[in-house]
Design a protein around this ligand. Structure first.
Ligand SMILES: NC(=O)C1=CN([C@@H]2O[C@H](COP(=O)(O)OP(=O)(O)OC[C@H]3O[C@@H](n4cnc5c(N)ncnc54)[C@H](OP(=O)(O)O)[C@@H]3O)[C@@H](O)[C@H]2O)C=CC1
Ligand SMILES: O=C(O)CCCC(=O)O
Length: 490
């Protein structure tokens, strides 16, 4: 059901049929068996924009069965057929670009320009995997035994459970589902409570593209039901693997649950990226990269820079230029809200903790008067290891600055974390670029770049930041088994 307020929002949408208040299971738009729903709130305005079915394990079981049934035929489609269907889906996503962006803005609160960016990014995974579907190759290896051949084939794993977060409600689904479908898998998707409508809009377009019933299913639920749905996806014998993006805490739990059935698992978890600026850096370019890396989606990205390490000789000039740029950031203008009260409270309490222990405030450090969930872009210095901000991922618009004197010291601070997703550094010293990119303990490294995500590159982390890679040709690995066939003489 959509509210009056939602209808006002929806007047801006040219194609209303993308908005669904029902879940998508086996090609049908369905309510929860219990008929329960939960509200979806626009974090920028606080208005309830609609409700979505609050599904349970009973509904999830039906979706799993539908996906399992669909897998029996989907796995035998040719790569070319899957490629064409993915391309059709991509074409429709492109045609509906603006509508999708409006839905993301309505439920995730991002400024429209950022939502448009996410749609382009999210769509690119379906385009990429429509092409990649035809290049999932096997190999023939020479046997040591005369007359024998070793055939190696990649086969789809089966039904994949996909659990996705609210921060990129389009791209986190397409990055997983594009790869899964290309490989020949079918999916049961559980989007975050905060952002079900984007997921359902994607399903509408997949349906229009002719993706067969049961191949893609979306089970919407409230936060309360997420643990039991997650548990079923991890333990059902009909599910072959799970792919999750979200917090490290939940990721660890799912890893454990998947161990019971030794399920395939892909985890994209939290980061704690360092952004290092060495004295040889082009400081203007580093400032641009810092702003893009930190304030994309109001800091709510796992690859967002969390700790800014600045070499002593350029420390003062970096800060002066940074503050000029931070003054141009306007909550409610080019910076969106935090997604919900829990995230807002987390950001405020991390800042309060640091300030109470002696951090110096150069900007912000308080709620914005633009609206309830908006927080002022914040710059803090003089952080010490006793402060929670020193170690924890802030997931908000907060820059914490540290000073260092040597490359060795910068690497020691950067690597002093259990997380290892992304890291960034600015330097014009070529040998330093080779040394530091080798020594940073991360899965992804931006050198003189603040935004590194693209469908063509492998996305993923080391240490507690996850398992596996998404995007790029490696992205299909989580969704394929390698089968070896030993072919003897007839
Ligand atoms: N790596 C990343 O991209 C992200 C990292 N985070 C980090 O996590 C922190 C908390 O954010 P939060 O939204 O709570 O992240 P969560 O990890 O709780 O949520 C991510 C997804 O997992 C689902 N989920 C939650 N609990 C379970 C469970 N026990 N079993 C299965 N699925 C579950 C959520 O559903 P539901 O929404 O219904 O609870 C959502 O779909 C952030 O501050 C940030 O540090 C958050 C989001 C993305
Ligand atoms: O996990 C996240 O926070 C989303 C990743 C955004 C990206 O792909 O850059």
């Amino acid at each position: 059901m959509f509210t009056q307020t939602a209808k006002l929002v929806h007047q801006h949408l040219r194609r209303m049929h993308l908005l669904h208040d029902k879940a998508y299971v086996n090609g049908q738009w369905v309510t929860a068996a219990s008929n329960k729903t939960f509200p979806v709130v626009n974090p920028a305005t606080g208005a309830t924009i609609g409700t979505a079915p609050d599904m349970s394990t009973q509904d999830t079981q039906q979706a799993i069965e539908a996906a399992h049934q669909a897998f029996q035929t989907w796995q035998d489609t040719t790569a070319k057929e899957r490629s064409h269907l993915l391309r059709k889906w991509f074409d429709l996503l492109v045609q509906n670009h603006e509508n999708l962006a409006q839905i993301i803005t309505a439920e995730a609160g991002k400024p429209l320009i950022e939502s448009r960016g996410e749609v382009a990014y999210g769509n690119s995974f379906i385009e990429f995997f429509s092409e990649e579907a035809r290049r999932i190759q096997g190999e023939i290896i020479q046997s040591p035994i005369p007359g024998r051949k070793i055939l190696v084939e990649k086969q789809p794993i089966g039904v994949a459970g996909l659990i996705t977060p609210w921060n990129f409600p389009h791209a986190m689904i397409t990055r997983k589902a594009g790869a899964a479908l290309a490989a020949g898998c079918t999916c049961v998707i559980k989007p975050a409570e905060d952002t079900p409508f984007t997921a359902l809009a994607l399903m509408e377009l997949a349906h229009e593209a002719g993706i067969p019933k049961g191949v893609l299913n979306v089970v919407t639920s409230s936060r309360e039901n997420a643990p039991s749905i997650g548990n079923l996806l991890c333990t059902s014998p009909l599910v072959a693997g799970l792919s999750f993006t979200g917090s490290t805490q939940v990721g660890k739990l799912l890893y454990e649950q998947c161990s019971t059935g030794v399920k395939r698992i892909g985890l994209e978890l939290g980061g704690n990226a360092a952004f290092i600026v060495y004295k040889s850096a082009n400081v203007d370019s580093a400032i641009k990269g810092a702003i893009a890396s930190k304030f994309r989606n109001c800091g709510q990205a796992c690859v967002a820079s969390n700790r800014f390490l600045i070499e002593n000789p350029i420390y003062d000039s970096f800060i002066e230029k940074l503050l000029q740029e931070v003054r141009n950031l306007k909550p409610g203008g080019n910076v969106g809200p935090l997604i919900n009260q829990a995230q807002f409270d987390k950001v405020s309490s991390l800042v309060e903790d640091a300030v109470s222990k002696g951090a110096k405030v150069l900007a912000g450090a308080k709620p914005s008067d633009h609206g309830k969930l908006f927080y002022e872009p914040t710059v803090l210095t003089d952080l010490t290891p006793e402060m929670k901000l020193y170690k924890e991922e802030v997931f908000g618009p907060v820059i914490s600055i540290f000073r260092f004197d040597t490359e060795e010291e910068s690497l020691k601070i950067a690597n002093d974390t259990e997380r290892g997703l992304a890291g960034y550094f600015y330097s014009q010293d070529v040998s330093q670029i080779f040394r530091v990119s080798k020594k940073l303990e991360v899965g992804m490294c931006g050198v003189n770049e603040g935004v590194i995500s693209t469908a063509e590159a492998p996305f993923g982390g080391v240490k507690e930041s996850g398992v596996g890679r998404e995007g790029s040709h490696h992205g299909v690995d989580d969704f394929t088994y390698i089968k070896y066939v030993s072919l003897g003489n007839l």
